[in-house]
Write a protein that binds this ligand. Structure first.
Ligand SMILES: Cc1cc2nc3c(=O)[nH]c(=O)nc-3n(C[C@H](O)[C@H](O)[C@H](O)COP(=O)(O)OP(=O)(O)OC[C@H]3O[C@@H](n4cnc5c(N)ncnc54)[C@H](O)[C@@H]3O)c2cc1C
Length: 401
């Protein structure tokens, strides 16, 4: 019997990167990717800000900090090899007044600890040189922060998997995963198949897929949507790169920011609010089972109680375009309500613990022949090739151990 059958559940950027890495590093392996949608990158990978983060914010030594830095190196090279657009447009994390300067300085310290290249602190006049329409007293400037098309990356990864003899099966939802000591059985509507190694990268469904193989239900995925607005093309000159707020520890997510896309359009957002469906991209979309999953989870109520003021801030930007634009005007005052149109919505798969805390780091668990990527929020796309290296190293260690 072959001992080299690997399944990957999820055809987002991480699942596809893992599949490609398995084919590179495990001689003779047969790899099958199961993706429930009719195309790759249908969820988070295709609904994000498109930023290649350099590692400014993350706790030094954390998986996020390490895999983000390694991920940038791998992704930049991959984009070059595959002719995927990659632009180092630079990022400013702007302190609007003196009260924000100490927190901005702490970000700079983390950038240094994480080895972010050429990050530096700039004053108000340098902010004006880098982003002539932005306002602030000081900023951390990261010139190598970049933008990319993550859907194009995912498609290139899928093509690599196919070219190396792997199968990417679209429209194949995994309904059950029976993880056993020697082999695991993956079942879809088309039947069951046994594998020696299974790696789950199911994003918004990651807790449900982990549960299938007997993993604990916690951390639970609680979905938070983020709406974007687009600046009218003739106003794109207001923003040259990426303009971010200094994170406020009272709020679990970054506030509205301004980001350039590889097609030159400028996006405002995303905000962050509880989503009534894990895959509900329409404004009034919802799913009864997803709502029940969030509100039936005691951790959610603990989180909600602690974050009432954050929810109030975000609710304003959900209900009113004017309030949304006001958030952006704090950094670029010339942006006007008439300059924006509603853009896409993304939904974050945020893992939450039973005590209501959000899992900050990437979470990778599992036993025997099964590995679960349970939490891979931003900078998960930036880090995808490095997460794949990390996961496959885990698989190889287990097999040799
Ligand atoms: C609004 C927003 C902005 C972001 N901005 C950035 C950014 O600028 N830079 C950055 O680095 N990161 C960013 N991220 C994070 C980044 O998008 C994610 O970290 C990354 O896309 C995760 O990839 P993934 O493959 O794990 O998940 P996904 O892309 O969500 O893929 C998971 C796949 O699993 C499939 N699946 C689920 N269940 C099953 C099943 N039972 N059977 C078969 N298939 C299944 C799904 O259909 C899906 O295609 C952002 C995320 C959001 C939501």
């Amino acid at each position: 019997m072959s001992r080299n059958r690997a399944a990957v559940i999820g055809g987002g950027i991480i699942g596809l990167a893992v599949a490609r890495e398995l084919l590179h590093r495990m001689g003779g392996v047969q790899v099958t990717v199961f993706e429930k949608e009719a195309r790759v990158a249908a969820h988070q990978t295709g609904h994000n800000s498109g930023v290649v983060h350099t590692g400014l914010y993350y706790q030094p030594g954390s998986l996020k900090a390490r895999l983000c830095r390694r991920g940038v190196t791998l992704l930049r090279q991959y984009a070059q090899d595959k002719d995927v657009a990659y632009e180092e447009c630079g990022k400013l994390v702007i302190a609007r007044d003196a009260s924000e300067v100490p927190r901005m300085a702490a970000i700079y310290d983390r950038a240094v600890a994480n080895g972010v290249p050429n990050a530096r602190v700039v004053d108000g006049s340098e902010i004006a040189e880098i982003e002539p329409h932005a306002r602030g007293v000081a900023a951390v400037y990261s010139p190598s922060t970049a933008i990319i098309d993550y859907v194009a990356v995912a498609e290139a990864l899928a093509a690599d998997v196919a070219a190396a003899g792997g199968r990417v099966l679209l429209g194949r939802e995994v309904l059950s995963l029976d993880g056993r000591s020697t082999e695991s059985v993956v079942t879809t509507r088309d039947g069951s198949e046994a594998f020696d190694v299974v790696i789950t990268c199911a994003g918004l469904q990651s807790d449900r897929v982990a549960l299938m193989s007997g993993e604990p239900r916690s951390p639970r995925v609680v979905p938070f949507f983020g709406d974007y607005f687009l600046l009218e093309p003739e106003r794109s000159s207001l923003v040259k790169g990426l303009i971010y707020p200094v994170p406020d520890p009272r709020y679990p997510f970054l506030g509205v920011h301004l980001t350039k896309r590889v097609d030159g359009r400028i996006m405002l957002g995303p905000n962050a609010f509880l989503s009534l469906g894990r895959e509900a991209y329409a404004r009034r979309g919802w799913s009864a089972s997803d709502v029940a999953s969030s509100v039936g989870f005691p951790g959610f109520w603990r989180f909600a109680l602690r974050n009432a003021s954050a929810a109030a801030r975000e609710a304003r930007t959900v209900l009113s375009t004017g309030a949304f634009v006001k958030e952006a005007q704090k950094y670029v005052p010339e942006v006007r309500r008439i300059d924006v149109t509603r853009g896409p919505r993304g939904i974050r798969a945020q893992a939450m613990n039973a005590d209501g805390s959000l899992e900050d780091d990437f979470v990778i668990t599992g036993a025997g022949g099964v590995v679960h990527v349970r939490n891979a929020p931003s900078p998960g796309a930036t880090s995808s090739l490095a997460i794949a290296e990390h996961v496959v190293t885990k698989v190889l260690e287990r097999r040799s151990g």
